[in-house]
Design a protein around this ligand. Structure first.
Ligand code: Q9C
Ligand code: ZN
Length: 336
């Protein structure tokens, strides 16, 4: 199984964020990627770690606005020891904004947990390149590919960053695969995949399904409700499955089988993009679901049994010490 990763992704180190008024160490650490690399390395008979081809700027522009790209480029000029956290979030017409002025970054951002610094653009671009390479590999006939994408992507919208996400990696993979067929994006991260939902809201060739914690209580709060079903010709092509607090693996799998599987089969997709967040883990410091390492294997098995080529794109998962074994369990299940 190919695993796409570039060491340059480790140079981005967000320092802190705020959680309920407290300044905390940023959960999206380089230790997350290192944990996955170590676990994949120990199982080296199964995995082939590769550096992805660089992603062309046109592929990023196909999904994200020029202003967002300009803003990240402006952030590369920040001093090396500084994270910039937007503090002003204007609710005005942004056409008049200046994305080269870092002080206007809040116009392109929806939360206070997603800092910009001099390394953001490089790491986010390589993270997106991993996802694109996984998709490209599938188009060539590989049945399973994994993108060790970090920073994550599923909260990033066309011209908004947030939720630790800058470019929508799963969206990049879906858009790449869409050229050769129908695509389902299955998002198993603890948080609603608002970015991916928004990117494909009006698209009837991409079915987006997200299983997540109740947005009345959990990030991203403003969307992820069952009433969001897609718009225009995309109506019926977005499914939000809001799961109960502290759900365990058995109930999670039951919900997946009852509500996600039938919708996927009815859609008759050619490819599956898995937004593989592992923050549903029982020890995750941010999510509150109760899945075990075994449950990730079982979930992988169920998804693999659909029989579609799968591009698994890493999303969240913040209990870094066990993130690697959980990722490997999921991938082994997918391949079983
Ligand atoms: N420190 C992903 O899993 N707020 N993003 C958390 C607690 C933001 C998570 C507050 C959570 C974003 C990709
Ligand atoms: Zn998450």
């Amino acid at each position: 199984t190919p695993v796409f990763f570039n060491e340059l992704q480790l140079e981005f180190k967000p320092r802190y964020e705020w959680a309920f008024g407290e300044k905390i160490t940023h959960p999206e650490t380089t230790a997350r990627a290192e944990s996955i690399l170590a676990a994949v390395g120990q199982a080296h008979e199964d995995f082939d770690i590769r550096v992805p081809a660089p992603i062309p700027a046109s592929a990023l522009r196909g999904l994200h606005s020029m202003q967002l790209l300009n803003l990240y480029a402006a952030a590369e000029q920040l001093p090396g020891d500084k994270d910039f956290h937007p503090t002003v979030f204007p609710k005005l017409k942004r056409g008049e904004g200046d994305p080269t002025n870092i002080h206007q970054a809040g116009a392109y951002c929806f939360d206070s947990g997603t800092p910009l610094n001099a390394q953001t653009l490089s790491a986010a671009t390589w993270s997106a390149a991993c996802a694109r390479a996984a998709a490209t590999t599938l188009r060539k006939g590989t049945k399973l590919a994994y993108a060790l994408s970090r920073p994550p992507g599923h909260h990033a919208q066309r011209d908004l960053f947030g939720g630790y996400c800058y470019f929508n990696n799963a969206g990049i993979a879906a858009k790449t695969l869409r050229r050769s067929g129908r695509v389902v994006v299955l998002d198993i991260d603890f948080h609603h995949g608002n970015g991916t939902q928004d990117l494909f809201l009006r698209d009837d060739k991409v079915l987006t399904i997200s299983l997540h914690g109740d947005p009345r209580e959990y990030f991203p709060f403003f969307c992820g409700y069952a009433s969001e079903v897609g718009e225009g010709r995309g109506r019926g092509h977005n499914i939000n499955l809001v799961l109960e607090s502290e759900i365990d693996g058995a109930h999670y799998l039951a919900a997946f089988e009852a509500h996600a599987l039938p919708a996927i089969e009815l859609f008759e997709p050619d490819y599956l993009v898995l937004a593989a967040g592992l923050d549903t883990y029982e020890r995750d410091p941010i999510g509150n679901f109760k899945l075990t390492t075994e449950d990730f294997f079982r979930l992988g098995e169920r998804i693999g049994a659909i029989g579609l080529p799968v591009a698994a794109i890493q999303e969240g998962g913040y209990y870094a010490a066990h993130l690697g074994r959980n990722a490997v369990a999921l991938l082994r299940g997918l391949r079983a």
